[in-house]
Design a protein around this ligand. Sequence first.
Ligand code: 13P
Length: 284
Amino acid sequence: MALERVGKILKMADEANTSVIAFNCINYDMAYSVVTVAEELKKPVLIMLYPEHQYGFNDTDLRGFAEMVKSLASTVEVPIGLHLDHSSDFAYIIKAIKAGFTSVMFDGSMLPLEENIRLSKKVVEVACNFGVDVEAELGRVGFAADSDEERMDMYTRPEIAAEFCRKTGVTSVAVAIGSAHGVYLETPKLDLKRLEEINQATDIPLVLHGGSGIPNEQLEVAFTKGINKFNVGTEFFQLYYDSIHEYMKAHEREQNVNLLFEMSKYVQEKLMTYLRKKLQLSKF
Ligand code: 13P
């Protein structure tokens, strides 16, 4: 199948009262594993590129990544979406759209509200000419390493969520309700009451970032209260590093080009085992 519109996949998730899972990927091993397991389990998924993971890449690489995901999607029947994760750089977003990303996130969470609204709207105006969906962030999800008090100050306020969505025209919005990016110092506790209030105040899909390390019981509830896109990065990357280290340790003194191919297969198997379990959360 051709790449599916992310907006359409989020709508399917909403109708199924669940969430699609969006994985940060940087290369073929990761994207191939996600697409393969999605097809096996018949669950739509999203592949995301996080601009910081593009360190050293140039425009051609951005296009290469998009082409790789398009090509993988064309080999399966299950809907696959391609999304540019957090970017606050307008020029970079345009490059991603031109490279073939069908969905982008404009992250204005560091900006004052009015500026976040103005710039999110500007991205929507351009993106809709290309048929591309736009996610914004309201409040600030932040990093797991920040203190709880710091992050609670930045939680999404239900009373401004409706106005934000109406004024910007975004197709989905990331909410700050207690999750954070990276490795949690303590088990996170999502503010599900706030989520419910935001969900009541808005009529577009909500997005939960900072997916690594949130207990499944909380996720299951969040997915029935408006979260239709769930982002996972850190734990997927950690598994990738660990698998490479394991493989290299077992083959420390060997030098043979076949080992590199075997390593790729080894890593894919590890990632796929994780993905088979993770995707059970997504109740399509
Ligand atoms: P984690 O890296 O904490 O899983 O979060 C991923 C994310 O939210 C990407 O936008």
